[in-house]
Design a protein around this ligand. Structure first.
Ligand code: SF4
Length: 174
């Protein structure tokens, strides 16, 4: 069993699978994530595969602003992913709500709903920065596999270190 677990863990790190969820916004960051998968940036050359089923994924990539309609979907996708897992919030919208943050139906950034491990700034975020964010997320998954980092908590987390400080407006939960 130990040998099998070692093999599974090694396979997960050598060929990690990502699942992408776009909460909405202008879809600029969504396009940049897709660009990472095209032959120009060719994320698959690192063994990273984009999958449609969160139950198969190691890393969740989230773009766009979280709103009152999609927050339940986002949480549902996150909850279905097996441990160890990592979350990457992409773009200003994913980090804080961006230019849509004061809209009537906006909840805010991804970390309002699920714990975020890596923030990728930009409007839109560049493909190179997104790939760098995925690599950082994989380092976290590796640390979790080796027992050097705690497993993810289902509760919303404190913003990760390094996130730029931004004034946050009061959000009406009603
Ligand atoms: S961060 Fe900018 S480019 Fe990305 S989804 Fe938001 S508005 Fe669009």
């Amino acid at each position: 069993m130990g040998l099998l677990n070692n093999l599974i863990n090694k396979s997960r790190l050598k060929s990690p699978w990502v699942v992408h969820y776009d909460c909405g916004s202008c879809n600029g960051c969504d396009i940049e994530v897709l660009a990472c998968l095209t032959p120009v940036y060719d994320l698959e050359r690192f063994g990273i595969v984009n999958v449609g089923n969160p139950k198969h994924a190691d890393v969740l990539l989230v773009t766009g602003t979280v709103n009152k309609r999609n927050k339940a979907v986002l949480k549902n996708i996150y909850d279905q992913m097996p441990e160890p897992k990592a979350v990457v919030a992409i773009g200003t919208c994913g980090m804080s709500g961006g230019m849509f943050r004061e809209c009537y139906n906006v909840v805010g950034g991804v970390d309002k709903v699920i714990p975020v491990d890596v923030y990728v700034p930009g409007c839109p975020a560049k493909p190179e920065a997104i790939i760098d964010g995925v690599v950082k997320a994989l380092e976290l998954v590796k640390a979790k596999l080796e027992g050097k980092a705690p497993q993810s908590d289902a509760a919303p987390a404190e913003p990760a270190e390094g996130k730029p400080e931004e004034p946050k407006p009061e959000i009406d939960a009603a």
